[in-house]
Write a protein that binds this ligand. Structure first.
Ligand code: CTP
Length: 412
């Protein structure tokens, strides 16, 4: 699965580094071209020699060696992904704060934003649960770094708890799923490079919240990650002029994306309605509530008797996608999303494609492992109105966004 891909494999100072040579071997078995890099603490647990022998490539340990530092700085540019396993709490903290004082960190600092960085933290449970560590992990996630969460199990300290790194074969499988069907950097660049430069793209993302009273709402579990990935990739890599209408979501978008934050389906409808006439491409990835509360209560509702049932009357919201499609401009491309189960998802998605007269529908599954609202990965199938189908197996949401945008360019 990693055929011909250049993977930088970083090892940091955690006891789990004793497994590093086996992880390197698994990467080699997947046919990757592996360059290993180590921190000084990693050398307390494993050796540069064993990594060099296994990867058939001299491991980098020292940023101050003769010809080294400028070369290391460029290493990330030509890589297809970087994988740090185990990743210590210290490395998480330094990556978060931009402290690049060893070989692993220096190479990580040279990764272009679109190159996946995957970290597999491993440490004792108390350390993993420290507020500072959790905050660093959350920050890194919000900035596009992939984290393979540690598991519960026997730890090197003799304790049993959370913090254990997965076994090497499983870990490498997770890494491959995250970087997914990623093509080599060159192939991607060939497709994406500023190919939507003259297009205005409108994207919706995230959930909507339908208020019941000042403190309660009806919502859903959408994280907005897919919408944010589409917006960021369309702006950064395809050079499009992007506006996202985003429901309540902590997913970050880059500065060049014009972001309009909304809360309710009706606010999303209003924003999309005014922006759609001037858009060339409209991608509706938001999980819009199909219903809103009929009569909002200005005052916080009080509980009735404990045994009383409570009925809330709901009214349907406007199907924004359907409305936009019915009023489309000539040559406007309209893309919808469908969240379905594996059982009959394809039929439902195709039905929505036809009923809403879309150019494309992206089917994703709520019952696929590693897929769904809060995951960093997704598995999608793209159906176009001209009968084409494209299957994207489990891949990062950034990679799914690239494939969706490439499929859009093919429709233009
Ligand atoms: N959509 C919309 N406005 C709504 C509801 C959905 O624009 N009020 C869009 C979503 O952004 C998505 C697509 O429609 O692109 C989803 O289609 P829909 O038929 O609404 O899917 P579900 O709500 O999941 O339908 P169901 O629950 O019946 O499967």
């Amino acid at each position: 699965m990693l055929e011909g891909k250049k993977i930088i494999y970083g090892v940091t100072g955690s006891v789990a580094a004793i497994k590093a040579p086996i992880i390197a071997r698994e990467l080699m078995r997947a046919n990757a071209i592996v360059q290993s890099v180590m921190t000084p603490s990693a050398e307390q647990f494993t050796t540069a020699y064993s990594l060099s022998v296994i990867t058939q490539n001299e491991a980098i340990t020292n940023i101050f060696s003769s010809s080294a530092s400028t070369w290391h700085i460029h290493l990330g540019r030509s890589a297809d992904a970087m994988f740090v396993a185990p990743c210590s709490a210290t490395t998480l903290g330094k990556l978060r704060y931009g402290i690049y004082d060893n070989a692993v960190l220096l190479v990580a600092s040279s990764l272009p934003p679109e190159t996946p960085l995957v970290l597999a933290p491993a440490m004792d449970e108390e350390m993993w649960l420290q507020a500072a560590v959790q905050e660093n992990v959350a920050w890194l996630r919000a900035h596009g770094v992939h984290i393979i969460d540690p598991q519960s199990g026997a730890l090197a300290s003799g304790l049993v708890g959370l913090g254990r790194m997965s076994e090497p074969d499983e870990l490498v499988r997770k890494f491959m799923a995250l970087i997914g069907t990623q093509k080599s950097n060159q192939t991607i660049e060939h497709h994406t490079h500023l190919s939507l430069q003259d297009k205005r793209i409108l994207i919706t993302g995230g959930p909507t919240y339908e208020p019941i009273d000042p403190v309660r709402f009806i919502g859903n579990r959408s994280s907005g990650k897919m919408g944010a990935a589409l917006a960021n990739v369309a702006a950064n890599e395809f050079g499009a002029s992007v506006t996202i209408v985003m429901g309540p979501s902590t997913s970050e978008t880059v500065q060049s994306v014009n972001r309009i934050n909304v809360e309710t389906a009706s606010q999303m409808h209003g924003a999309v309605e005014s922006l759609s006439p001037s858009s060339d491409i409209i991608i509706m990835s938001a999980a819009v509530s199909d219903y809103s509360v009929k009569s909002y209560s200005e005052k916080k509702l009080k509980k009735h008797g404990a045994a009383d049932a409570f009925t809330l009357e709901l009214a349907p919201t406007v199907d924004i996608l359907k409305e936009i499609s019915a009023n489309r401009k000539a040559k406007q491309i309209i893309v919808g999303f469908a969240l379905e189960s594996h059982a009959n998802g394809e039929a439902y998605a195709k039905k929505k494609l036809a009923e809403k007269s879309l150019d494309m529908i992206v089917l994703n599954y709520f019952d696929e492992v590693g897929s769904g609202f809060s995951a960093d990965t997704n598995a999608v199938t793209i159906f176009t109105k001209n009968g084409k189908t494209k299957n994207i197996p489990l891949a990062s949401k950034t990679m799914c966004a690239r494939e969706i945008l490439i499929a859009i360019t093919e429709l233009l």
